[in-house]
Design a protein around this ligand. Structure first.
Ligand code: ADP
Ligand code: ADP
Length: 237
């Protein structure tokens, strides 16, 4: 589903943030990306959603060469990527339902007018996703009335509303307590397997990642230093 080939990134400052990364994440696989601060995790994620352009190498998502597409083709490719954030990035004064529906319009402007006349099929899908994340009874609550775990459930439903092929997940549990963190990780990983989504989860908590993911990739100073099953991970990484 996602293939990175020889991807490197050198920032204008001269920092080599990614050094010749080659990896494939097949549909249905959940990969955790771990490594110390500054290792290049955010840079890798930003090369995949093309917030930055790699200095070398190729990123192919679902057949689209992300490193070459521009303009509207890039927007279409990005729609295949669902993003889940550490701080949820909800619109707090909109309802849970509206937040989920807004996922349909990620990267497209004018979503405010869309919210006034969204298609019935979209509402049904949003409601179905809210059921799947366990929030159907809260569809009309405002974003700012939710707990952190509930906000992240909305964030997950919003990402899936896009019918993505790939989920990019940035520190999904960094603001949550341990029990809620486990519930959220379990939910993300179950949904990826059910819907055959590839996922890259940038995560600090290695023990938590190990419990749920299929694969761990370790970065250090921009290079890949580990790629394997979570059970093969030594405590030293
Ligand atoms: P985190 O580890 O939480 O991802 P970082 O400290 O790596 O946070 O980055 C925070 C922001 O600062 C990012 O948007 C990144 O682009 C920017 N940044 C990080 N390092 C540098 C740097 N050396 N020069 C310029 N911007 C940087
Ligand atoms: P991580 O997400 O693992 O903390 P980053 O990808 O944020 O790592 O950073 C990797 C390296 O690239 C670090 O040395 C950081 O300082 C540098 N870096 C990150 N963003 C920028 C930026 N916008 N400009 C210059 N250097 C950056």
């Amino acid at each position: 589903m996602l293939t990175m080939t020889g991807v490197s990134k050198r920032y204008d400052t001269g920092d080599l943030a990614l050094n010749d990364i080659t990896l494939t994440v097949p549909a249905g696989q959940v990969m955790a990306l771990i490594g110390p601060s500054g290792a290049g995790k955010s840079t890798l994620i930003r090369c995949v959603n093309r917030l930055i352009e790699p200095s070398a190498g190729k990123v192919v998502l679902d057949g689209d060469d992300i490193t070459r597409v521009r303009g509207s083709a890039l927007r279409l490719s990005r729609r295949k990527i669902g993003m889940i954030f550490q701080n949820y990035a909800l619109v707090e004064r909109l309802s849970v339902m509206e937040n989920v529906l807004s996922g349909r319009l990620a990267y497209v402007g004018f979503w405010r007018s869309y919210l006034r006349r969204y298609p019935r099929a979209d509402i049904q899908q949003a409601f179905h996703l809210l059921e799947r994340v366990g929030l159907e009874s809260m569809f009309d609550k405002r974003g700012d009335e939710l707990s952190g775990g509930q906000k992240q459930r909305v964030g997950i439903a919003r990402a899936l509303m896009q019918n993505p092929k790939l989920l990019l997940v940035d520190e999904p549990t960094a603001s949550l307590d341990p029990k809620t963190s486990r519930q959220i990780m379990r939910l993300i990983c179950e949904l990826c397997r059910e819907q055959k989504l590839a996922a890259i989860i940038n995560i600090h908590d290695v023990a938590l990642a190990q419990q749920f993911v299929d694969r761990v990739v370790g970065l250090r100073a921009g290079s890949m230093v580990f790629d394997g099953h979570p059970s093969e991970l030594s405590p030293a990484v």
